[in-house]
Write a protein that binds this ligand. Sequence first.
Ligand SMILES: C[S@@+](CC[C@H](N)C(=O)[O-])C[C@H]1O[C@@H](n2cnc3c(N)ncnc32)[C@H](O)[C@@H]1O
Length: 251
Amino acid sequence: MWRRYPVGKVTDRVRFGIWERPQYAYGVNFAANLAKKLGLKAISVIEFGVAGGRGLLALEDVAERIGRHHGVRISVWGFDAGVGLQKPVDYRDQPHVWGQGDYVMDVKALKARLRFAHLNLGDVAKTVPPFLEQSGAPPIGFISFDLDYYSSTAVALKILDGPPDSRLPRVCCYFDDIVWPEEACHNEYVGEYLAINEYNAQHETCKISKLGNLRWIQPHAAEWHEQIYIHHDFAHPLYTVKLRDSLQLHL
Ligand SMILES: C[S@@+](CC[C@H](N)C(=O)[O-])C[C@H]1O[C@@H](n2cnc3c(N)ncnc32)[C@H](O)[C@@H]1O
C-alpha cells in the first residue's frame, strides 16, 4: 500500500524501500549523504546497462528527490551499446543465460522520456575513457552494474581507475547480475563475481567489497541487500575524514 502511495519523508522511504528500485534509492542516498558530510556540493550516479530505460528513469526520479532532500546536485549518467548485447566472448559471459541481440534499446523513445540524464551510447570500451577525461562530471557516488557479461563489467569497472577526485572515497555499487536468473548458477569464476575478483587482485589500495550485514541493519531483509558492494579507495585523501561528531556518538 505504501509503495502504491509513496508518501512520507524521503529518508523513511529509503529505509523502508518505498521506491520502484529501492536498491537505487539506497545507493543514491548513501552517496548524497556522504558527499554532504564531506562538504561536496555535487555527485554523479551511473547506470551501466540501460536497455529499455526503466532503470535509468527510476534513477532520474531517485536522484531528483534525494538530491533535493540533501541539497546535493546529482548528475545521472547511463551507458549502453544501444543495440543490445554483443556476442559473448566465452563461457565467462554466461552464454547459457544471455546472448547477442538481447535487450535492444529504442533510443528515440527513451531519449524522449529522459528529463536530465545523460545517455552515453556505444561499447563501454569506447565510452568510459572519454567520460573520465572529458565529461567534467562531479565525483561518482553510486554505480549500478547491469551489463550482464563478465567482459563488459570488467571494462566498465575501469571507471573507478580515474584520479581520486573523480569519485567519492567510498562508492556504493549495485551488481544486478549475481542473483538471477537461477539457471545462471552465478559463481566467482564467471560473470560479475569474476570481474569484481579480478579488479581486487589488480588493485592494491582499492577494493570492492560486499556491504556486510545490510539485511540486519535495515528494517526488512530484501534480496538486493546481497547485491550492494562498496568500492573502497583506501588511499583517497577523504577516506579517513571522520563522519560522526562526538556528540552524535555519545547520543
Ligand atoms: C539487462 S540490460 C540492462 C537493463 C536495465 N538496467 C534495466 O534495469 O532496465 C543489459 C544492457 O547492457 C548493455 N551492454 C552489455 N555489454 C555492453 C557493452 N560492452 N557496452 C555497452 N553496453 C553493453 C546491453 O546493450 C543491454 O542493453
